[in-house]
Each structure stands twice: as structure tokens, then as C-alpha cells.
Write a protein that binds this ligand. Structure first.
Ligand code: ZN
Length: 271
């Protein structure tokens, strides 16, 4: 599932292409991916200008000039592509938004969705999200405080969107490796020093992954060599049995409350 770096990568690339552009048409081929009747969705979008594209946690928000917003969550399997009719992706598309210079294609929206909402509805939908990882108000102290009262292991709390928005299965493991603590560490027993390391590691890992284009499997536009660049640079995620990049020991793959976890038994302490 796309996480913070993937959505930030999309936001940047999309802003270059559609911020300020007028929507010339829209097509919905899977009505379940949206929240209003397809005809109304298409009619409401056509003629609107996308003011800007905002990123919040695992969501993108497309701000339209009539004050409405499109709230996107890709969930598992969702993908975006932008291109001309000739460059249309070779897989089933659930929603297409047309601009004079190209089309934005939404694919794999089975669990994911693209909802047309008022500003107020959008705010309500995002109300339970925790802060953004780079929110300046999220200091090392307030980061740690967000885990207060959590009794379980680190990973389930770290991927809880109400704790920090945008961190999921991949980056929770990557950040834990960077900080030298296991995803299975018990939250109440994590030391002050390790909380500080986790806070710094969150910024280091997310910045690096974003700079490398995140781990999406498909380029956004033809010739896009940035998107998906992080696939080759994962520290531990999806590297079970492969050598640790730091010490060479095989990366352990386990399950924790039905989630996959990856860590180096040598470089990461249980606390
Ligand atoms: Zn190691």
C-alpha cells in the first residue's frame, strides 16, 4: 500500500502537471470507486480547475475551484498514471479525469476510492488522522507522547494512522531498522534514547524514500524514472533472507498480528 513517500512523490509530479489546469471531462467505469452517481461526478468535475494537490497521510486531496475536493486513498493495489490517449495504461482504469494536455488515470481502485466531497466533509473524513511526519509541531517530545498509553508492540502503533499519518507496513520496518530497534519492541519499555532515534529515523527514512521516488511499481508518466526508485533501496522491507546492508546477517521475516515484519536480528534490539 502506498505510504507517505509514495503519495508525496505523486503530489509533486501531479502538481507540475495539473495544478491550475481545467478539467475537460471525466469518465467513471467503476461506480463503487466513487461516492456519488457517475453522471453527477462527471458533470460536477467538468469545467472545474484543479487549484492544487494536497498530501495528507496516505491521501491526496485535489482542490477544485468550486470549493469541492476529491479525496483519494489508493489502499492496496491503487495506482495513478498521467498521459495522452495514446499513452493510456494497459490495465483496467476505474476513473479517468481529462485535461486538454493529458488524462489522469486511476487504476486498481478496488479497496481504494476517489470521493467528491465538500471542504467540510473532507475535514471530517480526515479528522481522526494523527499529525504529518514533518509537521513542525511534531517535536521529538510530542512524537513520543503520541505513543503514550499504547501497551503493545511498536509496529502496530506505528502504522496506526491516528498516531502518525502516512506510515504503513514498509516504512515502519524501515524506520525501526534505521533506529536500531525491532518492530516487536514493547512500546512501554522503549528507552528515551530510542524514542529520539525513532523520531530522527522517521525523518531520515521518509526523506530518503521520497527523494528516491518511493516504491510504487509503475511510473506516473512515460519516461518517469523517479517513481519506484526506492524499490532497489529498501533497508529491510521485503528482504527476508537477504543480507543486512550493515552487518551481512540474514534479514528475518516474521508475522506480528497478521502483518509481515522484517528486521535484522543483529542490528536491531528488542529493548
Ligand atoms: Zn544487521
Amino acid at each position: 500500500m502506498p505510504e507517505w513517500p509514495e503519495m508525496e512523490n505523486y503530489r509533486g509530479l501531479l502538481a507540475e502537471r495539473i495544478a491550475g489546469a481545467r478539467i475537460t471531462g471525466a469518465e467513471v467505469t467503476r461506480e463503487k470507486s466513487i461516492n456519488v452517481p457517475a453522471a453527477r461526478f462527471e458533470a460536477e468535475l467538468t469545467g472545474q480547475t484543479v487549484w492544487f494537490v494536497e498530501h495528507r497521510g496516505k491521501h491526496l486531496i485535489f482542490h477544485l475551484d468550486n470549493g469541492k475536493r476529491l479525496l483519494l486513498h489508493l489502499m492496496l493495489g491503487g495506482l495513478l498514471a498521467f498521459g495522452t490517449d495514446e499513452e493510456a495504461p494497459d490495465r483496467s482504469v476505474q476513473v479517468t479525469i481529462r485535461f486538454a494536455h493529458g488524462n489522469l488515470y486511476f487504476m486498481g481502485l478496488r479497496l481504494g476510492y476517489l470521493h467528491l466531497l465538500s471542504a467540510k466533509e473532507t475535514i471530517a473524513r480526515l479528522a481522526k488522522l494523527g499529525p504529518e511526519p514533518f509537521d513542525k509541531r511534531l517535536t521529538a517530545e510530542s512524537f513520543r507522547a503520541r505513543f503514550a498509553g499504547k501497551r503493545g508492540k511498536l509496529k502496530p502503533s506505528f502504522v496506526d494512522q491516528a498516531v502518525i499519518a502516512g506510515i504503513g507496513n514498509c516504512y515502519a520496518d524501515e524506520i525501526a531498522f534505521q533506529a536500531g530497534v525491532r518492530p516487536t519492541a514493547s512500546v512501554p519499555s522503549i528507552s528515551d534514547e530510542t524514542w529520539r532515534k525513532l523520531y530522527d529515523a522517521m525523518h531520515t527514512v521518509l526523506n530518503r524514500a521520497t527523494a528516491l521516488g518511493g516504491y510504487m511499481e509503475m511510473p506516473l508518466v512515460e519516461g518517469d524514472t523517479l517513481t519506484g526508485g526506492y524499490n532497489e533501496h529498501c533497508l529491510v522491507y521485503d528482504r527476508g533472507g537477504e543480507p543486512c546492508l550493515r552487518c551481512g546477517a540474514p534479514i528475518v521475516k516474521e508475522e506480528l498480528s497478521s502483518r509481515k515484519i522484517f528486521y535484522c536480528p543483529n542490528c536491531q534490539r528488542e529493548e
